[in-house]
Design a protein around this ligand. Structure first.
Ligand code: PLP
Length: 495
């Protein structure tokens, strides 16, 4: 009587194999020739909409072979390629090819890494990944944590744990509106925009952020930090946490983490480090001192999809005492027949963060950590830093360029037209125009930074495909475009 169900969504073994082999062939070609393609095709939203066609939801299905083949072309020909050797924009890395295979494998098995019983080996792999990431950056492997979608989520996950730990004990029950004293948080002016979302999301409001001035070296001024905390205490506020940045987005500066940690201890505040970009550089022996103090952090956000070259998305929250995550996020609804994380029989990741059902994003990180190994990462990260120094030095040498800053793997510089070398307004306008030309031209992708009110071109190298030759060519491209844009601008006499 029983008949095997025929589902339109199922693929039989032969069909899957055939389409899969073709896809893998196409991806190999794509990766193998990525340097020959433009960094971006620079198509407008309406051009792209035309390519997709203004069609409504299909009524009937289409064969998988046709779909995969069409979609492959669509993505390969109309994407910005952050895996291109001349992509140095923002902090977006080239993705480890093994990560793509790991994602395919993870999606094929599809464990739900919310609960141990639903993802036995995947949960253990994620636990091991978290432990390895702690070892990687050089903190105790006893830090616990969870993988999340990226740096923002990693910071949010830590922020709420800090709020639970340092706000009045009844905050989980009574909420923020019943706290007698205004909760305040401290971070430097260079802190990434996640903090604004966090204080909105978790009810403190944007006025609770104390944006601490930076000193001459662009680090958080810890004297101002301490006086601000004192003043807030006198005024009846309740400071809860200080955020140190380990590699700021604009110029790569690492705050003085030792001094911040001392102040946190003195005033009983949670010490959080946003290391989304820079903290993997702690693996480089000669940079170790720069990261002194990370072992004191109550929590750390890092981002394997940046300098560990994982495909998007992969972030990680590490917490010195992981019980804080359970205190913040755990609940035990009657419809979950899961063992209790606290009895250490099985760890259920839904109790460690904001997500409930969770994908197996740990796999790509876990597998890449093994493919490359500690020494391999040390080499890749050092080379990225050297290339960034090379970019800075070439800019410094060239009469038409001004080198502005170089930290970790970020170099900033700008084009200078000799006849307008002191016209700040003009140079800002000029460099902004140059950047627009570069970003649409498809030869190279840089982004921008404002350093001491100077509009700069910014290259951030978290790209294992970039070579010395690329850096030399990038300098030539910038000079060529700089001259062109300067000629155009000075002729139009806007300024
Ligand atoms: C990139 C970055 C973030 C945000 O991370 P996403 O992965 O983009 O969410 C936060 N802080 C710093 C310092 C960053 O570099």
């Amino acid at each position: 009587m029983t008949k095997i169900r025929k589902s339109s969504i199922e693929m039989d073994k032969e069909e899957f194999r055939k389409i899969g082999y073709q896809l893998i062939d196409d991806i190999s070609e794509f990766i193998g020739s990525i340097d020959k393609k433009p960094v971006t095709p620079n198509e407008s939203p309406s051009q792209l909409q035309n390519i997709l066609g203004n069609v409504s939801l299909p009524e009937n299905g289409t064969p998988a072979t046709e779909l995969i083949s069409k979609t492959t072309d669509l993505l390969f020909n109309h994407s910005l390629l952050n895996g291109h050797p001349k992509f140095l924009g923002y902090i977006t890395s080239s993705a480890a090819p093994i990560g793509a295979l790991a994602d395919l494998l993870a999606a094929s098995v599809n464990p739900n890494v919310g609960a141990h019983i639903l993802s036995p080996i995947a949960t253990e792999i994620e636990k091991q990944t978290v432990k390895w990431l702690a070892e990687f950056i050089g903190v105790s492997p006893d830090y616990g944590g969870i993988l999340v979608s990226g740096g923002n989520m990693a910071n949010f996950t830590a922020f709420l744990a800090a709020r639970t730990a340092k706000a009045p004990k009844n905050i989980k029950e009574d909420g923020i509106q019943n706290t007698l004293n205004k909760l305040t948080v401290y971070c430097s002016k260079t802190t990434h925009t996640w903090i604004e979302k966090a204080v909105i999301l978790f009810g403190l409001g944007t006025n609770s952020v104390r944006w601490i001035q930076t000193d001459a070296s662009n680090k958080m001024d810890t004297t101002i930090l301490e006086t601000t905390i004192k003043k807030d205490l006198e005024n009846g506020c309740k400071p809860i946490m200080v955020i140190g940045t380990a590699g700021d987005v604009s110029t790569g500066i690492v705050d003085n983490l030792v001094e911040i940690s001392t102040i946190c201890k003195k005033y009983d505040l949670w010490f959080h480090i946003d290391g989304a970009y820079g903290i993997p550089a702690a693996i480089i022996p000669k940079l170790k001192n720069m990261f002194d103090g990370i072992k004191e952090a109550d929590s750390i956000a890092l981002d394997p999809h940046k300098w560990l070259y994982s495909p998007l998305e992969a972030g990680c929250t590490l917490v010195k005492n992981p019980q804080h995550l359970i205190d913040t996020y755990s609940s035990h609804p009657e419809y979950y027949n899961f063992s209790n994380s606290e009895d250490e029989i099985a760890q259920n990741f839904y109790e460690y963060g904001l997500q409930n059902s969770r994908g197996f994003r740990a796999l790509k990180v876990w597998i890449t950590l093994q493919q490359v190994g500690r020494s391999g990462y040390e080499k890749l990260i050092s080379e990225d830093i050297e290339l960034s120094e090379m970019l800075y030095n070439l800019a410094k040498k060239h009469p038409e360029l001004e080198a502005i800053s170089q930290n970790l793997s970020i170099a900033t510089f700008r084009y200078i037209s000799i006849d307008n070398a002191h016209n700040k307004e003009y140079l800002n306008k000029l460099n902004e125009n140059i950047l627009n030309e570069l970003q649409t031209g498809g030869e190279v992708f840089l982004s921008n930074a404002i350093v001491q009110e100077n509009y700069c071109l910014r290259g951030c190298i978290v790209n294992f495909r970039t070579s010395k030759k690329d850096i030399e060519e990038i300098i030539e491209i910038v000079i060529r475009e700089g001259r062109k844009v300067h000629l155009k601008l000075s002729q139009t006499k806007i300024l």
